[in-house]
Design a protein around this ligand. Structure first.
Ligand SMILES: *[C@@H]1O[C@H](CO)[C@@H](O)[C@H](O)[C@H]1NC(C)=O
Ligand SMILES: *[C@@H]1O[C@H](CO)[C@@H](O)[C@H](O)[C@H]1NC(C)=O
Length: 302
């Protein structure tokens, strides 16, 4: 779905924005502020959100800011519950918008993989640059870069960023759907690992995934710390891999040494034929993808 939205977005911006972007890029030393740039880019929802939260005033003053500006389509296609929770509540909305304002000017040429960029919210944006050429900011595809303003620079995002407040471990502690994995992480001591710096990509099996196993199998695994550790590490990859990194047929090595294969079909992401039900949930120390099936151990050690 994200790919589809991204595709539609690209078509939508090609005509209206790219032309203006190329033209103005050449001669924009003329004092357009970040807020003016949003206007000329057609990023009016971002502009409105900055106005409603009062953050626009600062972005018209002299300075060296970086604004990560989601397109209007990015807001329009935000899942309804995200919109209700984040954008219709002034406190949350202000946090989200502060998270889009970096406190120094950074051009895309300076982007590095897993670089953390400080924001006005105090929670850093994580930049990822993947082997397939895609660049994300806390998981949101960076669509257009380096739009210059008199007081900084604007990068355009295909998705709004949601500020990650939690580590992987903390998120699993809070979310009721992961009680089994949470207990297993605690039992094996991996919960302190996944609370640390990382970064990691966690393919987190829900309680539904564990309930779907053969009767007694999870309990059997849980009776041996080494076995359950291996099972859990089948679900962890070192590094921050949002779905932007996943091409059809790409393979990833887990912390247990197992190789996972990604398949992308009609915008759905599968890992070893298991569908990722919730994707790209940003964490302080990585990213979480959730699924309703456990990645089984390799056949010979089952
Ligand atoms: C808005 O969000 C804040 C912070 O999460 C929360 O305390 C408050 O109750 C929310 N307000 C409404 C009207 O939901
Ligand atoms: C993705 O890869 C699978 C397995 O290699 C292949 O069967 C499928 O046709 C590919 N799909 C696309 C859209 O390329």
């Amino acid at each position: 779905m994200e790919i589809l939205a991204f595709g539609i977005f690209l078509v939508a911006v090609q005509s209206s924005v790219t032309r203006g972007f190329l033209l103005e890029n050449i001669f924009n030393e003329a004092g357009e502020t970040i807020i003016d740039v949003l206007e000329s880019m057609g990023a009016t929802t971002t502009q409105n959100m900055l106005r409603i939260t009062g953050l626009n005033k600062e972005l018209t003053r002299p300075g060296t800011y970086t604004l990560f500006a989601p397109t209007n389509l990015a807001f329009d296609t935000m899942p309804f519950y995200f919109w209700m929770f984040y954008m219709s509540n002034q406190t949350q909305r202000t946090e989200v918008m502060k998270y889009h304002i970096a406190t120094k000017s950074i051009n895309s040429a300076e982007f590095k993989n897993d670089q953390e960029i400080p924001t006005q919210l105090g929670i850093p944006i994580r930049i990822n640059k993947y082997a397939n050429g895609k660049v994300t900011a806390s998981g949101s595809p960076v669509a257009l870069t380096d739009k210059p303003a008199s007081n900084g620079v604007v990068h355009i995002l295909a998705k709004a960023m949601l500020p990650p407040h939690f580590t992987l471990t903390r998120a699993l502690e809070i979310c009721p759907a992961f009680s089994k994995v949470r207990a297993a992480l605690k039992f094996t001591g991996l919960s302190s690992t996944l609370n640390g710096e990382g970064p990691w990509t966690l393919f987190a099996p829900s309680d539904k995934a564990i309930a779907a196993l053969a009767p007694g199998l999870w309990e059997k695994w849980m009776s041996d710390k080494n076995v359950i550790t291996g099972i859990l590490l089948n679900h962890v990859v070192k590094g921050t891999y949002y779905t932007a990194a996943f091409d059809n047929g790409s393979t990833w090595k887990t912390m247990s040494g197992r190789t996972l294969t990604i398949t992308v079909t009609n915008g759905k992401y599968m890992v070893d034929d298991i569908e990722m039900k919730f994707i790209d949930i940003p964490m302080r120390n990585g990213v979480l993808h959730a699924m309703d099936t456990v990645i089984p151990p390799p056949a010979r050690s089952a």
